[in-house]
Ligand binder design. Structure first.
Ligand SMILES: Cc1ncc(COP(=O)(O)O)c(C=O)c1O
Length: 353
């Protein structure tokens, strides 16, 4: 039995904790606090069991047709994955040679670095400015290695900060490789980069979305991306034959047929986000302007790591990322109003101690 050197060296990605206790306030993995559309329940209840006897549609025709309609583009420009994490790993397979690198903002979604390690290629970060904004420049090469795929989370995670589409477009124009814009949180944002992906003259921009956040379907595992036909065709070449199961395709289609439901939940999350951001700022916290379903904030009186542990003891789970850029802040998913009330009460109590 032999495990490759790169896998032996690999530092695996650490997902947010999934607490065992039932009665917890879970604000640590950016899930949606509201349920998915009732149309998803109807799709599940009405699902013909005989469809499980057969393999699912390997090219997701119905889902792609629906997405093409939503985004006013052609189905040939759409690829679907088992969660957007799968799209990312397929992109790393399709768009990066062994002697090339994957790049991303720093800080950003920590999976990207792991992805480069799994693929056994270099990871080259582009540091954000002091205020966590991005000036549009990419570190496209280092020590003779070129970045062939740049993963741009927009709005960024864990910061929530949005880069405007004009900055992204200009950067993509200058960049020689594939620019994959990870829009996991874009439904919570005031703008997005899909028009860059659907533009007729687009040669290198892929925009990726997930149903895990705004559609409340993290447990379903469905993500997709939109891009130029040749890049999309490459993803189809490297995927597993049946990467998205029949149930997921059916429930996702139901969710996409109820955009009103998704938009209503997003509106609630945005209202709560604004209210909690204001309250934390009033208490002296430094809260970054968020266009996502989470806040990235520096506590006023206590170290972030201490607060993280103290909240956890009270069964309130938020996310803490140690490190020079992130270690003085907490990432707090926007939950329901009552969950946020519990958080704010616990924080007030901890401040008094
Ligand atoms: C920036 C970003 N991209 C992608 C994902 C993964 O989403 P999915 O559930 O579609 O795999 C996440 C999940 O937290 C994320 O934060």
């Amino acid at each position: 039995m032999r495990i490759t050197r790169s896998v032996q060296r690999l530092e695996a990605y650490t997902p947010g904790e999934q607490p065992k206790a039932k009665c917890v306030v879970k604000l640590n993995t950016n899930e949606n606090p509201y349920p998915p559309s009732p149309k998803c329940a109807a799709a599940l209840n009405g699902f013909d069991l005989d469809r499980l006897r057969r393999y699912p549609d390997p090219v997701f025709a119905a889902l792609r047709a629906r997405l093409a309609k939503i985004w006013r583009t052609s189905p040939e420009r759409i690829f679907i994955g088992n969660g957007s994490d799968e799209v990312l790993s397929l992109a790393a397979r399709a768009f990066v040679e062994d002697d090339e690198a994957i790049g991303s903002l720093d800080p950003s979604y920590s999976l990207y670095k792991t992805l480069a390690a799994i693929r056994d290629v270099r990871f080259i970060p582009t540091p954000l400015d002091g205020d966590f904004t991005w000036n549009g420049r990419i570190v496209a090469r280092s020590g003779g290695t070129a970045v062939s795929m740049f993963l741009l989370t927009n709005p960024n995670a864990p910061t929530g900060v949005l880069s405007d589409p004009a900055t992204v477009a200009a950067a993509a124009q200058r960049f020689k490789g594939v620019m994959l814009v990870d829009e996991a949180y874009a439904d919570f944002s005031r703008t997005n980069c899909v028009p860059l992906a659907t533009a007729a003259d687009n040669r290198n921009v892929i925009v990726m979305r997930t149903l895990s956040k705004s559609f409340s379907l993290a447990g379903l595992r469905l993500g997709y991306c939109i891009g130029p036909e040749d890049l999309i065709a490459a993803l189809y070449k490297v995927k597993d034959s049946y990467n998205v199961d029949a149930l997921a395709q059916s429930v996702a289609l139901a969710a996409l047929n109820d955009m009103k439901w998704m938009r209503a939940n997003v509106a609630k999350v945005r209202r709560t986000r604004a209210r909690v951001a204001k309250e934390l700022a009033k208490r002296g916290w430094d809260v970054l302007p968020s266009e996502s379903n989470f806040l990235f904030a520096r506590p006023a009186h206590r170290p972030a790591s201490w607060l993280f542990a103290a909240l956890r003891e009270r069964n309130i789970f938020v996310r803490y990322f140690k490190g020079p850029r992130t270690g003085d802040r907490l990432r707090i998913t926007v939950g329901t109003d009552s969950e946020m009330a519990a958080l704010l009460a616990a924080l007030a109590e901890l401040d008094r101690r």
